[in-house]
Design a protein around this ligand. Structure first.
Ligand SMILES: Nc1ncnc2c1ncn2[C@@H]1O[C@H](COP(=O)(O)OP(=O)(O)O)[C@@H](O)[C@H]1O
Ligand SMILES: [Mg+2]
Length: 281
């Protein structure tokens, strides 16, 4: 079932007065997000990923085309509130999202704004902090946490709104490898155990391979999409558009170039080792 549907969406940041050199950030994008799926969106800087993210919760509205969230048109102002409750957006830099001086107050901010009763806020905050593994830090000061911990608190702040879908715009870009692992395992767990729909925008290919489906953006439109296997086996196409592939796929591609027979492009270390064992046999 489609939870979010973008239908031929065009969007430009250019003012209407500057019609002649109008540049579109989104060039007729059609994309569905299914309920419960883990979707990764990858692509170069400036290809329109953040613009898509902001269309998913009505922060931006299409110039033409339609975006539906759970059947509601995002350009229907009466639905904006419902839509933002259903689709939570986490941005790149956690420092810009953490507003309070104590972790639990920060997480309570979203539900407070929604007018949730205090008792229920307490439960929601505790549950959200537990879900991201930050419950023990509830009395701490956010600015003293590590990058990965801050980003997990920011995710908890969104979870406390009880959204059905969480959209994350390069949430690991500012993090070290440990912080990235923390955030990624949190997202995978939310997706697997709580059936939360996750849309992860990332420029790390090793994160994208963990998704159910990968969408590759280029120049304001979708270049290709499919399962990680389907997408990353198109090494040639991705390289033509100067996009990275996972290191194991790169190795397989180069071996193929040397005439080695490779049946399946490996996407992670384990698959890569298997491939090398078969090659050497
Ligand atoms: N606030 C803005 N004002 C004007 N142009 C913008 C703004 N935000 C993004 N753009 C332009 O829109 C295009 C898509 O940007 P964006 O969605 O941020 O890409 P990405 O997230 O993939 O890096 C780029 O050409 C970018 O320069
Ligand atoms: Mg961006």
């Amino acid at each position: 079932m489609n939870f979010i549907s973008l239908q031929n969406v065009f969007f430009s940041y250019t003012d209407v007065e500057e019609q002649q050199n109008k540049k579109y950030a989104l060039n007729g994008v059609s994309l569905d997000v299914k309920k419960g799926e883990f979707l990764a969106i990858i692509g170069h800087n400036g290809c329109g990923k953040s613009t898509i993210a902001k269309h998913l919760n009505a922060m931006l509205l299409p110039d033409s085309g339609k975006v539906y969230v759970d059947g509601d048109d995002t350009s229907d102002e009466d639905k904006t509130f419902d839509i933002r409750e259903k689709v939570g957006l986490v941005l790149q830099n956690p420092d810009n999202q953490l507003v309070a001086s104590i972790v639990e107050e920060d997480v309570a901010f979203g539900p407070e704004n929604l007018g949730v009763p205090p008792k229920e806020i307490r439960t929601r905050v505790d549950n959200a902090l537990k879900a991201v593994g930050m419950y023990e830090y509830r009395k701490h000061a956010p600015h003293k946490l590590s990058g990965g911990q801050k980003q997990r608190v920011a995710i908890a702040g969104i979870l406390a709104i009880l959204p059905e879908c969480i959209v994350l715009d390069e949430p690991t870009a500012m993090l070290d490898p440990n912080g990235r692992d923390e955030v990624l395992s949190t997202l995978l767990e939310l997706n697997h155990k709580k059936n939360m729909t996750v849309v992860l925008i990332t420029h790390y290919m090793d994160e994208a391979v963990l998704a159910d489906r990968v969408v590759v953006m280029d120049g304001g439109n979708i270049l290709t999409q499919g399962t990680p296997d389907e997408v990353f086996s198109q090494v040639e196409l991705l390289k033509k558009h100067r996009l990275d592939v996972p290191q194991s796929a790169e190795l397989a591609y180069r071996l193929k170039g040397c005439g080695v027979k490779i049946d399946k492009i490996p996407l992670n270390n384990a698959e890569c080792i298997k491939m090398l064992e078969e090659v050497l046999r």
